[in-house]
Ligand binder design. Structure first.
Ligand SMILES: [Zn+2]
Length: 209
């Protein structure tokens, strides 16, 4: 059967969006122009206390040999539940910053870039998730989709320009009802988005059986 599109929209450059994905539906995050990263927060829509956890997802994928810090097959919620939240069906990039969990914020931008009063992923996510009753304080780990980072053996890392192009995507099948918040990262002063903030595309679809 052909996929059936449930919802399709574009997150404008420098902004965020939050929306529901039902169990069994697939979230496609795709690149409208290429070289753009996103920060994604995921919650159990039926009990938002349960949310995505980077450390446990990284550890379980490595231990079960289903993925690495750059590319997970399975996304898990935080302990003590450790439930499966998403299964990756397809991924044309397979290089993300899967073991970070952080994001740009007012404080990070002030410390690193000496920039004040500019948009950041933390504020984008808090703004987008507010209608779901989720506040900035409630946002724990995020998944840094499409982010190209060199990890060093000494524990440091270097952010590089993404090697992605328009049309690249990752498909995540929801294994529970999910509230997703996604920020199209607003950074335009470093290589993370190759010095220009761009939009991100979202498609939610299912495959009728
Ligand atoms: Zn950001």
């Amino acid at each position: 059967m052909e996929p059936r599109i449930i919802e399709e929209f574009v997150i404008p450059a420098e902004h965020g969006s939050a929306f529901l994905i039902k169990r069994g539906q697939v979230l496609r995050i795709h690149l409208v122009e290429g070289q753009q990263v996103g920060d994604c927060a995921f919650f159990n829509a039926d009990d938002p206390k349960e949310q995505f956890h980077v450390g446990q997802t990284w550890a379980l994928n490595v231990m079960l040999q289903t993925g690495t810090a750059r590319s997970f097959r399975y996304f898990y919620s935080k302990p003590p539940r450790e439930n499966l939240m998403f299964t990756v069906l397809e991924d044309t990039v397979r290089s993300h910053f899967g073991n970070c969990a952080g994001r740009c914020s007012r404080k990070l931008l002030a410390l690193r870039d000496k920039r004040e009063g500019v948009r950041s992923c933390q504020e984008n996510l808090a703004e987008a998730l507010a209608p779901f009753g989720i506040s900035g304080d409630d946002i724990g780990d995020v998944f840094n989709v499409f982010m190209n980072v060199d990890l060093s053996t000494d524990g440091s890392f270097v952010i590089k320009a993404p090697e992605t192009k328009a049309g690249d995507y990752i498909d995540l099948r929801a294994e529970m009802n999910i509230i997703a918040g996604i920020s199209a990262c607003p950074n335009s002063t470093n290589p993370v988005n190759n010095f220009r903030a761009k939009p991100l595309g979202v498609t939610i679809y299912d495959v009728p059986s």
